[in-house]
Design a protein around this ligand. Structure first.
Ligand code: ADP
Ligand code: MG
Length: 483
C-alpha cells in the first residue's frame, strides 16, 4: 500500500459524493451518505466505512445502482467498492465493535449473469428491438452489447481443462471473423465457464475494436424476440437487426432444440453474418454431433469452425479459481479452507464459487471467523441442498443401471416390452424432476412427441397403483434419483 494511494481515497470519495448529491434528495443524502467514511483506495478498490450492518444493507438495497454508476464514473469499469462495516458485538472482542469487509453487489456478480443481466437492447421494453433502419455507413446505431464486465479474460483462469477453448477464444477476440474459428462453438456441462468465456471474447472484441457492434444474447432471449416479432409482424426488423451485428454471441443454443422456425431464422442470420466475415460465437451443453432436435443444415454450419469443449478443472485449477475470486473480492481466508473447498466440490465451478460465497456470508453474518470447521459445516449443508442437478440424461443413466439396459436402447425406437417400460419410467421421472417440457422429454427419449410422454406418465401412475412389483421399482428408482 503506497502513501499515494492512501491520500487518494478522501479525494475520490469527495468526488463521488458530489455525484451522489446531485442524484438523491437532501434528506437521504444527510442520512445515508454523510455518515460514510472513506478508508482506503488500493488496487482500484475503494473501501468505505459504514456504521452498521443495517446501514450496509440499506445502501445495497436502495442505492446500489447509484453507487455502481458513481464508482464507474470516477474509477472506470475496473473500479470496485467495498464496505467496512462496524459491527456491534457482544460476544467477541470484549464488546468492542469490529469491522467486516464486504464487497458491493456480491449477489449480482455471483448469480448466473444470463438471468440477472438487464435485457434491454437500448429500449425500455426488454424484448423490443431498436429501429434497425439506418443508412449503412452513415450512422451506426449503438447496441447494448449485454456483456457482463465481470466475465473477462483477466479473471478466466487457464488450465488443462480449458486450454484449447480459451486460446481459440482469445484469438477470436484479437481477430474477430478473421480466424478459422468461425463459428467458435464452445460446449460443456453446466457451470464450467461457457458463459464466462463467451463474454470474455465479446469484451475483448469491444476493447480492441470499439467500433464493432458486439451482441451477447441467450438463445431464450433470441427465441422470445423472434416470437414477439412474429406476433407484431416485424420479422424483417428482427432479421435486419441481427444482420448488422459484427460479433454475435449466442449462449446455450440447445434451447432452440425443437424450435424449427427459430432455427430457420437463425440459419439465415448465421449465413448472412458468416458470408460477410462477421464473427459468431455459440455455446451449448453438448457437442454439435450430440445435440438433438436441431436441423441438420444448422448443425453442419456449427462444424464449419472450431468446436472446443470445457472440461472439469483439476484440483490446482480449482484452487486458482477460488484464489482469484477471493482476491477480486478483497477477502483473505486460510489456505486450508480454500484447499478443503477445492477438494470437496469437483464438478461445477458455479457451485464451487457458491460455496465460497456462502462461507463468506455465514462468517460475516454470524460473526464467526472462517475456519476449517465452519467450512465443513457449510459444505455438508451446501452439497446436500444444491446437490446434482437432476437432468434427463442423469435419470436415463440411473434407469439404465437399474434394469441393466443400455441407455442407447432406452432412447431408441425399440418396442420391446421391458425397454418400453424403462423408457416410460425415464419419461415419468423426467417430468417429475426436471423442468423440461413434455416435448423436450419426448425428444430425448427416443424422439417421441409430447402426447407419448403424457401417456407414459399416466401409464406409470396407473401401474404404481395396481402393480406391487412395479411400485417397488418406482420407489427404489426414486430414491436413487434423489441420491
Ligand atoms: P456455464 O455457462 O458453463 O454454465 P459459467 O460461465 O456461468 O458456466 O461459469 C460458472 C461460474 O464459474 C462463473 O462465476 C464463472 O466466472 C466461473 N468460472 C468458470 N470457469 C472459470 C475459469 N476458468 N476461471 C475463473 N472462473 C471461472
Ligand atoms: Mg452459461
Amino acid at each position: 500500500m503506497s502513501t499515494d494511494q492512501n491520500t487518494d481515497h478522501k479525494e475520490i470519495w469527495a468526488r463521488c459524493l458530489k455525484v451522489i448529491k446531485d442524484n438523491v434528495n437532501y434528506q437521504s443524502y444527510k442520512t445515508w451518505f454523510e455518515p460514510i467514511k472513506p478508508l482506503r483506495f488500493v488496487d482500484n478498490v475503494l473501501t468505505i466505512q459504514v456504521p452498521s450492518q443495517f446501514f450496509y444493507e440499506w445502501l445495497e438495497e436502495h442505492y446500489i445502482n447509484l453507487l455502481k454508476k458513481t464508482i464507474r464514473k470516477e474509477l472506470g469499469t475496473s473500479g470496485r467498492l467495498e464496505y467496512s462495516i462496524i459491527m456491534d458485538n457482544s460476544i467477541h472482542n470484549n464488546n468492542k465493535p469490529y469491522t467486516v469487509n464486504m464487497p458491493t453487489s456480491n449477489k449480482n456478480a455471483t448469480k448466473n449473469p444470463s438471468v440477472s443481466m438487464p435485457l434491454d437492447l437500448n429500449s425500455k421494453n426488454s424484448k423490443e428491438i431498436p429501429n434497425p433502419f439506418i443508412i449503412p455507413g452513415i450512422k451506426k446505431i449503438k447496441v447494448n452489447s449485454q456483456l457482463n464486465e465481470n466475465y473477462s479474460f483477466d479473471n478466466f483462469i487457464e488450465g488443462d481443462c480449458n486450454r484449447l477453448a480459451r486460446s481459440a477464444g482469445y484469438a477470436v477476440g484479437q481477430n474477430p471473423g478473421k480466424t478459422a474459428f468461425n463459428p467458435l462453438f464452445i460446449y460443456s456441462k453446466v457451470g464450467l465457464g461457457k458463459t464466462h468465456l463467451a463474454n470474455s471474447i465479446g469484451l475483448q472484441v469491444k476493447d480492441n475494436f470499439p467500433d464493432k457492434t458486439v451482441l451477447y444474447v441467450s438463445s431464450e432471449q433470441f427465441l422470445n424476440q423472434f416470437i414477439d416479432s412474429v406476433r407484431n409482424n416485424n420479422q424483417n426488423d428482427f432479421i435486419h437487426f441481427y444482420q448488422m451485428i459484427d460479433t454475435l454471441i449466442i449462449d446455450d443454443i440447445q434451447f432452440l432444440a425443437g424450435k424449427e422456425k427459430t432455427q430457420d431464422v437463425f440459419f439465415h442470420i448465421f449465413n448472412h453474418l458468416h458470408q460477410k466475415g462477421k464473427q459468431l460465437v455459440i455455446t451449448s451443453d453438448k457437442a454439435p454431433v450430440e445435440i438433438q432436435g436441431m436441423k441438420p443444415r444448422l448443425l453442419s454450419r456449427f462444424k464449419w469452425g472450431l468446436a472446443a469443449d470445457l472440461q472439469v478443472p483439476d484440483l490446482e485449477t480449482r484452487m486458482a479459481i477460488l484464489e482469484k475470486k477471493l482476491y477480486s473480492e478483497g477477502v483473505d481466508i486460510p489456505d486450508e479452507v480454500v484447499e478443503y473447498l477445492a477438494y470437496s466440490i469437483t464438478t461445477n465451478i458455479r457451485e464451487l464459487e457458491g460455496a465460497l460465497i456462502s462461507i463468506l456470508a455465514q462468517s460475516s453474518l454470524n460473526k464467526k471467523s472462517i475456519t476449517l470447521d465452519l467450512a465443513r459445516q457449510m459444505i455438508d449443508k451446501y452439497v446436500k441442498n444444491t446437490s446434482r442437478e437432476i437432468s434427463i440424461d442423469y435419470i436415463q443413466k440411473i434407469i439404465s443401471d437399474y434394469f441393466n439396459i443400455p441407455v442407447e436402447m432406452i432412447v431408441s425406437k425399440t418396442r420391446k416390452r421391458e425397454i418400453v417400460q424403462a423408457r416410460q419410467l425415464a419419461m415419468y421421472f423426467s417430468k417429475r424432476y426436471t423442468k423440461s417440457s413434455l416435448a423436450t422429454i419426448g425428444l430425448h427419449c427416443g424422439n417421441k412427441d409430447h402426447a407419448t410422454v403424457l401417456h407414459a406418465c399416466k401409464t406409470v401412475t396407473n401401474l404404481v397403483d395396481t402393480d406391487k412389483q412395479f411400485n417397488n421399482y418406482v420407489s427404489e428408482l426414486d430414491k436413487k434419483i434423489k441420491g
